[in-house]
Design a protein around this ligand. Structure first.
Ligand code: KG4
Ligand code: ZN
Length: 351
């Protein structure tokens, strides 16, 4: 990835998806994921360097996700980065996974937002003076976060989930409805044929008085809505499944928008940012678009191909961090399974 006048150019990009492997087990088995990481990482790096026409001497630094996530998988990436940094004598820019998602919302590539096409090569990046302070809603399989972003690499978490993450609940509801892994895209697709008013699922945490989320109660309500009707899932009519999917999705989107609204009432924000795997959800994108235009609030949603985990977002966050002077030697770069975005950036500024 290379900085250009008003944005960035992606010289080479590749994803080694393990979704087919995890579908067989209905979820991620850490040991299986780690073994797969080990076998794909070297050919993947070689391929990207080749496609980019890049030699090691062309690189200024290497960005790598150090956490949070599954330790066996993270450590494969970090070990590869440490090894190359040593051999090629290059600095490392450690990146927090959520920093990557936030960065993805700062990119605009107009033509790519309509389809889930290939990741485009050229992106515009807005002037920091126009986007910050920003209110970021990050919704993924592992996180549900509201973050005040005061500038590149400056974050304050103002809301988070008390239990399941939004994507995780989508996946669990998908499993309850007998849909393939990961459930999120399948639930939202099925929801298109359903009636969102058919099941009065609760809108969680509306009266909690804070900016936090909770989805275990909603998940239980969906579970009992299914159990009450039928013992065997296969006997549940498709229309009822679609109604459950639509009603569930509406409850989730309502709860997210309610907290976003509460947060934007508490503080002034130049922009709202939406990113993370669940940001691909059509209803969420549409409702947030309506929310922002009703308030004349500037909104940036991650381009569709960059909602799910990808290397472009980590590279971009790496570029911002590089510009802020976050350069580390290989000996001081370690994977961290659990670390908040605030603790992560604070520790880096102190070291
Ligand atoms: O950001 P991501 O790729 O990985 C994590 O960092 O977790 O997010 C993956 C999550 C999965 O839970 C997946 O089901 C969900 O994003 N997801 C969706 C949609 N597309 C992906 N959830 C709801 N609607 C979608 N269209
Ligand atoms: Zn993610």
């Amino acid at each position: 990835m290379q900085k250009t006048g008003g944005g960035v150019r992606v010289l080479g990009e590749a994803i080694a998806s393990q979704i087919d492997i995890h579908r067989a087990t209905g979820g991620v088995v850490p040991e299986v994921a780690a073994r797969e990481h080990v076998s794909v990482i070297r050919p993947l790096i070689e391929r990207v360097m080749h496609e980019a026409g890049c030699e090691p001497r062309d690189l200024d630094a290497m960005a790598v996700t150090v956490g949070p996530g599954l330790m066996p998988a993270l450590s494969v990436g970090v070990t590869a980065a440490r090894t190359l940094a040593y051999v090629w004598d290059k600095p490392i820019v450690p990146v927090h996974h959520i920093e990557g998602h936030i960065a993805s919302a700062l990119l605009s590539a107009e033509e790519s937002t309509k389809t889930k096409a290939q990741i485009p090569n050229n992106f515009k990046v807005p002037n920091p003076k126009q986007v910050f302070p920003a209110l970021a809603l990050i919704v993924s399989g592992g996180h549900t976060l509201l973050i005040r972003v005061s500038g590149h690499v400056q974050y304050k978490v103002i809301g988070s989930t008390r239990d399941d993450a939004v994507g995780e609940v989508f996946d669990k509801v998908g499993r309850m409805l007998g849909l393939p892994y990961p459930g999120g895209p399948h639930v939202s697709q099925l929801a298109q044929q359903g009636d969102a008013a058919a099941f009065p699922f609760p809108r969680p945490m509306l009266a909690s008085g804070d900016l936090n989320f909770s989805y275990s109660g909603l998940k239980t309500s969906v579970y009992y809505a299914i159990r009450r009707r039928q013992q065997a899932l296969s006997e549940l009519p498709r229309q009822v499944k679609a109604d459950i999917a639509a009603s569930f999705q509406a409850a989730v989107v309502d709860s997210l928008l309610a907290k976003l609204e509460a947060a934007s009432r508490q503080d002034e924000y130049a922009t709202i940012l939406l990113a993370g795997g669940v940001a691909a959800n059509r209803l969420l994108r549409q409702r947030l678009g309506e929310f922002a235009s009703a308030r004349s609030q500037k909104l940036q949603i991650a381009p569709l191909p960059l909602c799910g985990d990808n290397a472009v977002m980590i590279g971009l966050a790496g570029l911002f961090a590089f510009a802020a002077g976050r350069l580390k030697v290989w000996t001081s770069t370690d994977a961290r399974a659990r670390v908040s975005i605030e603790d992560f950036t604070e520790a880096l500024t102190q070291s």
